[in-house]
Design a protein. Structure first.
Ligand code: AOF
Ligand code: ZN
Length: 365
């Protein structure tokens, strides 16, 4: 196998940490001796061993003189776990192939430098693009302390998220809906506005076996959420946070049910979404999936917090000038004020199409 192929195997391993590794990065490591893979590991969960140490733990023979392929620069600091550089040195690895650099200021280049100082050959940037693509969430969070925010919606080919009577079950088919559950298992939090919470009475949990469960966030400015809704009833099982713009006795009732209530008014009677993202960042929530509805989508886009968009498009046409669309609010006046998107990825999920984009940093045209 080539260096690139060993690194692709390490990427495959890294991805197994999806959902549980956050807010840490997903990292995979492969140990190769005389053309044989003798050890493999990945970062399984935040607080657990790093990929390199898990790879060493899997060894059945000495790694002396072996090569290590690791998707992220090995750490050299004492965090929740001791430095990986020490394990690499102790195990007498001869060469380390690295994919991405670690932007964590505690590591950032120092991990590779320490290994070189100890006489280990270090080859950086091996299929870097592919390795970088594993961790957009971690890279964003470690640099900004803010969660990576994705907006998700499912619409008909004519851009409707419900019929004129408000019915939305279902727009997309089973495969696309299962794909949404895999997103919920990956993102640290799932967020909806109170309009969607009232209309759909959703659970917002991940229904894939063994998956990570996201924090459920409801933006509920006026605390309209009924105490007997699915979200409130299951607050003892799934972590839940309600963000409001003014507290009343309802806030206490929600707290008694085990729900975290934060009050973050924007001065115009609504929740300040930028402040909410800062609060979630402080709570180690490194990614948020916004699942609607149109009002919260518009607020999120106009407040500039959105990094990514997932648009599922169903081969159906609803019609109706009053049928809701994915982004509501007032909307913009001039095309040059638009939210611009880039890096299109198209996936077919059953009969539906998923178009996923990054939001352009500059915005506008
Ligand atoms: C690695 N291999 O598998 C991971 C790394 O608190 P800790 O000890 O878990 O450290 C977290 C930091 O370590 C994280 O911010 C990132 O810089 C690095 N993650 N490094 O060598 C791994 N997950
Ligand atoms: Zn480490």
């Amino acid at each position: 196998m080539t260096n690139e192929e060993y690194m692709l195997r390490a990427i495959e391993l890294a991805k197994k940490g999806g959902g549980f590794a956050a807010p840490n990065p997903m990292v995979g490591a492969v140990i190769v001796k005389e053309g044989r893979i003798i050890g493999e590991g990945f970062h399984e969960r935040c607080g657990g061993l790093h990929a390199e140490r898990n790879a060493f733990a899997s060894l059945r023979e000495s790694a002396e003189g072996a090569d290590m392929y690791v998707t992220l620069e090995p750490c050299c600091h004492y965090g929740r776990t001791p430095p990986c550089t020490e394990a690499i040195i102790e195990n007498k690895i001869a060469r380390v192939f690295i994919g991405s650099g670690d932007p964590n200021p505690l590591v950032s280049g120092k991990g590779a430098a320490i290994l070189r100082e100890r006489g280990i050959e270090v080859i950086e940037g091996v299929i870097k693009k592919e390795c970088d693509a594993v961790n957009p969430v971690f890279f964003h969070y470690i640099r900004t302390k803010l969660p990576y925010v994705a907006l998700k919606y499912a619409m008909t080919l004519d851009g409707k998220i419900a019929t004129r009577t408000g019915k939305s079950k279902w727009i997309t088919g089973e495969e696309a809906r299962a794909h949404v559950h895999s997103l919920r298992g990956f993102y640290s939090a799932v967020l909806v506005g109170s309009g969607t919470a009232l209309a759909d009475d959703p659970m917002l949990n991940c229904r894939l076996p063994g998956a990570h469960q996201p924090l459920r966030v409801i933006v509920d400015s006026k605390l309209r959420l009924p105490l007997d809704c699915n979200i409130c009833r299951t607050a003892g099982t799934y972590d839940t946070l309600v963000a409001c713009a003014g507290e009343n006795e309802k806030a206490e009732a929600l707290r008694r049910m085990g729900i975290t209530v934060v009050c973050l008014p924007d001065g115009r009677g609504r929740v300040d979404l930028s402040s909410l993202m800062r609060e979630l960042g402080k709570m180690q929530i490194s990614s948020v999936l916004i699942e609607g509805g149109g009002e919260i989508a518009e607020s999120a886009l106009s407040s500039g917090i959105v990094n990514h968009v997932y648009a599922y498009i169903a081969p159906k046409i609803f019609g109706g000038k009053d049928a809701k669309s994915p982004v509501e609010g007032l909307g913009i006046e001039s095309p040059e004020d638009c939210t611009r998107l880039e890096n299109l990825r198209i996936t077919q999920t059953g009969e539906d199409i998923l178009m996923s984009y990054d939001v352009s940093v500059k915005g506008g045209v």
